[in-house]
Every structure is written in structure tokens, then in C-alpha cells.
Design a protein around this ligand. Sequence first.
Ligand SMILES: [Zn+2]
Length: 330
Amino acid sequence: MKANPISSTIPLDQDGVHHGYLKLPYSRDDSAWGSVMIPLTVIQSGEGPTALLTGANHGDEYEGPIALHELASITGAEDVTGRLIIVPAFNYPAFRAGTRTSPIDKGNMNRAFPGRPDGTVTEKIADYFQRTLLPLADVAVDFHSGGKTLDFVPFAAAHILDDKATQEACFAAMKAFNAPYSVELLEIDSAGMYDTAVEEMSKVLVTTELGGGGSSTARSNAIAKKGLRNVLIHFGILQGEMQINETVNLTMPDDDCFLFSEGDGLYEAMTDLGQPVEKGDLIARIWPLDRTGQPPVEYYARRAGLVISRHFPGLIKSGDCVAVVGVIGA
Ligand SMILES: [Zn+2]
């Protein structure tokens, strides 16, 4: 396997607080010998586990970058037992463009794993995580939200895995994160996901969906910061008391949780996020865009549960996710 062209401008394995970059050479029209400079902080002290902390895996999701910028700026080496590797903007080109995928190669970081050292910019970043950063980590926290096209009730999630020992460690870390909702996910199509790369190395992964719409709120940011701190205390990397509040346990057992639009139209939510629904309840109506006097297409819950996700923009296209119903109870 070829060497990855990314280099770190700071040491990954020395005590202290180091702020720098992952430097990825990227020759292009406006910079012949240019590089993509991905902000990186490493904070290390003593013997302990390593946490690899990432935001903006998708570039238009903001709670992670905010919580991680704050953590990088307020944490001293004396606060840490072990090591924090903090990358607030995993897909940095996408983050700078405010888009889900990279403007350079249209790469979706969460479909790019295990990556390629001689691939596109997104594939090179994925390969560097796969072969350099992830092997250093005991636990990975990867923040997501809905981005510009989805909105979520704020939840932390862990995956149902064949490897039950890893699954239990992931569930325990999800409980430590203690978002208002906790979701056990059965991933239908896990190929290419960062999550899968972490789990296949038998390392702990906590992921989230903390809001959406392409921005963040005071509430969603507070959930991100508290959850991050709790997980780091859970692993003994930070000291202090975990702050634990009530959480609602949810599962998404099968395809009946998901509703997809079969046409273009004007999106009318008939339920709001967090609302309980019975099977058969009206979730949303899609009105035609181009004429009056036509009835809307109606979408009904195929399961009882809670509305945990919905389409965010006012207009919807065929194939877009209308809403997701989560089932209460773990
Ligand atoms: Zn995401």
C-alpha cells in the first residue's frame, strides 16, 4: 500500500497541547504547490486512552465543530489523562463550502472509507484516518446533524453489531453521552462509513444526530458539549462528574421507520419532531407545485413511535426522506 501524502504539522504522540494541521498537498489552478490545511489539536498527558474526536464529517453540520473548537481552546494538558486528537472539520473542504460533500471531488466522507492514499482529496483524508489516526484511538466520537436537508430530535446513537463485546462498549459510551434521545441503530447499508471502519477495528464509536437545517442552536450545542465531556469522563480522559439527565431510548428496527417521497412538491409537516404517532397517523402532505385544485399526496406512519427526523427545506423532491419514526424502548 502506498504512503499517504498527508502529514501532520504537529506531533501526534508528545505530551502537551499542540495546535496545527493535517497538511494534504493539493495542486490546483489557484495554488500550484498548495495544500489543504485541516485544523488539528492534540492534547496529551500521562498514560490513558486516546479519543479521536471529529465534527463536520458532513460539511453543513455544526454542533460538532463548535463543541470541538471549544474543547481544543479550553483544555490544558493537565486536564487530560491519555490523549485527545481533535479534528473539528473532518471533511474540511466541505466545511469551508458549507456543503455536505466536498466541492473538490463531491466526496461524501461517510461513504469514502477505507479511502485510498492515491485517490481524491476525500479518499486521501479517509485513508489517513483509516491507517494513521484510527489505529491510535480507543474511542471515536463522530458528530453529525441533519445538515441543510434534514432535521432531527437530538440523539446519540450506537450500532447493533455482530461483535457483541464492541456493541456493549459502544452502547455504554452512548449512554454516557446522554443526549435527550438514545438510538440503537441497525445500519442497512454500512459500506464505506467511518462508523464501520471504527467498529471493524473493535474500537468504540459514538455518533450523533443533534439537530439540522444547516445551523445549530444554543440547545443543540449545549447537548453536544455536555455529551462530549461525559464520554471523555466515562473513559477517564477528563476528570469530574458526568451530568446525566433523562433520555428516551429508541430503536429503528426496519425499513418501516422511513418514509420517502414519491414525487416533487411543497412539503407540509403534519407532525413535528418529537411528536408521538400511531401507525396510520398522517405525517406529512406533499402539495403539487405547478397547479391548484389537486389534492396533496399524504404520507402515513407505518409504525407507532416518535417522529425523530423530518425533511427540512420547504420543497421536496422524489426520493427525499419525508420523515423517520423511531420506536420507543430499547
Ligand atoms: Zn452527517
